[in-house]
Design a protein around this ligand. Sequence first.
Ligand code: UDP
Length: 421
Amino acid sequence: MSQMGKLQEFRILPKSVDEYIPVVGEERINRLKEIAKPLRGKKVLNINATAYGGGVAELLKTQIAIMQDLGLQVDWNVLTAPPEFYDVTKLFHNTMQGDLKKATDEQKQIYLETVEANAKSLVENYDFVVIHDPQPLAMINYMTAPTGKWIWRCHIDTSTPNEDTWNFLYPYMQNYDAVIFTLEEFVKEGAKLNNLTFIPPSIDPLSPKNSYMAETEVNNLMRNFNVDPDRPLMCQVSRFDPWKDPLGVIDVYRNIKSNQMKNNISGLQLALIGGMANDDPEGWSIYDKVLRKAGEDYDLNIYTNFHNVGDIGVKAFQYASDVILQKSLKEGFGLTVSEALWKGTPVIGGNVGGIKIQIKDGENGFLVNNIQEATEKTTYLLQHPAEAKKMGEAGREIVREQFLCIREIEDHLKLFNKLSQ
Ligand code: UDP
């Protein structure tokens, strides 16, 4: 049992960067090694809110492992906090994405006290401290003598933030030596931040979730999860979070299902795969809503990590699906989009945030603005499997070029080099 208010360390074993040569080519790996040379021996600390669930934990495992192989000493610490802290930080997450609620003074106090306690437990010196998302953001103010360069990495879609939360968090952002957002549109107009940098996230092509899986194994796993591999399947993989719009995905499925005969699609199935992240207290209530809406439709399967859908299960669903949806209403990036494209599956995504840079409309999937458009495009891809396959293949190449971990690590190392000057 961890001690509340004390940073908890997670160990990651190094991963050989040379293993990525067959995926991205020797030139890119050599370039990465060159960029890493001046940083050998530098100490880096990453701090975030959870070691399990959600995109940040996913990204960190790979980045830390590869940076270690490149010669940096990289640590990973996770906040420990009482449940009410996560209620506040989920509220920050939601309001930074545009929700209109307001945090009370008492909630802000809970946030600051927890962050302070965690900050006080950090005694080691680092060359670079990378703080992820709003949960540990204010830590910088509680370090008696912050050493090295401090970088805040925001992973969420802050294109239309709630003024109240932005105004509360903004002064902390200003204290950082550098701030990373995924997209320019996520930075509030007029914000003055040091070394503002834009870096899109990425996926690890060799992780258990993204490595190759043979069709027979995919089909076996699908049968295990009560999905018929011989019938069409649409799927969304994401936390049970209102911004991911799982209820909208059910509407899309029902729209198509009710017109199956007319559209020449038969036996359509939907899978909603949604892990419960440790730092997301809203998950279960959204899950309940989804179950209620799903009713007794046995072609609609809803699974969580509690049904044993781990990385391998997610991979199987991303391979098995004819279409993957990521019908988000706000989205920092959406790793699930690149994950599906990497498996050659086309994606229909909400026309928001980081999804817009991964989906080239009509090339590797479609960007949609509402349930009607999502219904039309999903129907189209289900009716045109050859075209869907081509789009999936195009998607894999777009991901290879732009959204693999080697590129993201390179971007981070370039920033470290810049800050070292
Ligand atoms: N994920 C998972 N199991 C699930 C749901 C999600 O492993 O049931 C993973 C998903 O594959 C992806 C990450 O969690 O790697 C979610 O990242 P994304 O950027 O899509 O969204 P976030 O949760 O960070 O908002």
